[in-house]
Design a protein around this ligand. Sequence first.
Ligand SMILES: NC(=O)c1ccc[n+]([C@@H]2O[C@H](COP(=O)([O-])OP(=O)(O)OC[C@H]3O[C@@H](n4cnc5c(N)ncnc54)[C@H](O)[C@@H]3O)[C@@H](O)[C@H]2O)c1
Length: 324
Amino acid sequence: MLKVGLIGCGFMGTMHANCYKNLKGVTLAAVADVRKDKAEELAKGTDAVVYGDGKELINDAEVDVIDICLPTYLHAEYALAAMEKVKYLFVEKPVALTEEEGEKMLAKSKACGCEVQVGQVIRFWDEYVALKEIVESEKYGKVVNANFRRLSPRPEWGWENWLLDFSRSGGAGQDLHIHDIDYALSLFGEPKNFYSVKNSRGEKNSYVNTLLQYEDFVVSVEGTWDLPASHPFEATFRVVFENAVVENAGGKFTLYTSEGASEIKLEKLELQGGYKGGNVSDLGGYYNELLYFTQRAKNGEKIARATLGDGVSSLKFLMKELNF
Ligand SMILES: NC(=O)c1ccc[n+]([C@@H]2O[C@H](COP(=O)([O-])OP(=O)(O)OC[C@H]3O[C@@H](n4cnc5c(N)ncnc54)[C@H](O)[C@@H]3O)[C@@H](O)[C@H]2O)c1
């Protein structure tokens, strides 16, 4: 059994706990949250030992891997401590608040021999995984242009409202838009040039739109949490190829060609465990990324997807965009 220690039992920690409860050969062995009731809630039905501050877990818990779902400004401090304890570490995105913190994490992971995966979950989301295969196969020709959007109501659920505090989260640019920038970079590499605009409603950078100029195609990446609570969360893309258009919008994944439109059917991973709590149908990419992480840890293999290096590179690109 792979013993997992989970630090931070808020919105994302709960999602991760539900995933671990659905993975075979994995057990939630320790959970930590300064709001102990949150940790106790996730420990229900498991043998997990409950801690308060994440450092208590890092110092005392018997675990093989650690997963950090803390507010972004705490990632580096806890990740650096965790790297001295375990050989496999998962850190939510964005990897850190600053580039300097990211660099420190990279240096420490090398010094400790700790394999680190970053929660750039889009790289594991079925439609986005399928799109990468389509792009790389060139079965519909080369990309002509592409558009990625992530639109959300303001995230008001955070502990101490940290998400809406720019100094602790980096705003929508760093928290939300980084998903699609990281994915675009993973798909197309660094652009030849880029132009970024941003706007601030409430806190800084609540809207970001960046145009990436490549040799012979362009990509636009838009992210905001300026929408009212009544608007549904929206994560969409449309990629125009020489011979087709692939679109993921309105809950539909569609291929458009000169012959007509058809749904692209995806094979979804079967959930391994029998856990029925939480909304298991929504686990999506979170389940896929943690299945990958735990399998790599069990087999003693290197993390090769959404690596710490990937997370730091995307953060560095994002900093260039936001300071434009
Ligand atoms: N991958 C995604 O799609 C996605 C989505 C949402 C959030 N996130 C990321 O996940 C991370 C957590 O975000 P969230 O939405 O879950 O926030 P949250 O506020 O809901 O949860 C954070 C938890 O950390 C706890 N905490 C704070 N300090 C602590 C400490 N020192 N020790 C132990 N617990 C402590 C808080 O009590 C809270 O329960 C952030 O980095 C965020 O950007 C990722």
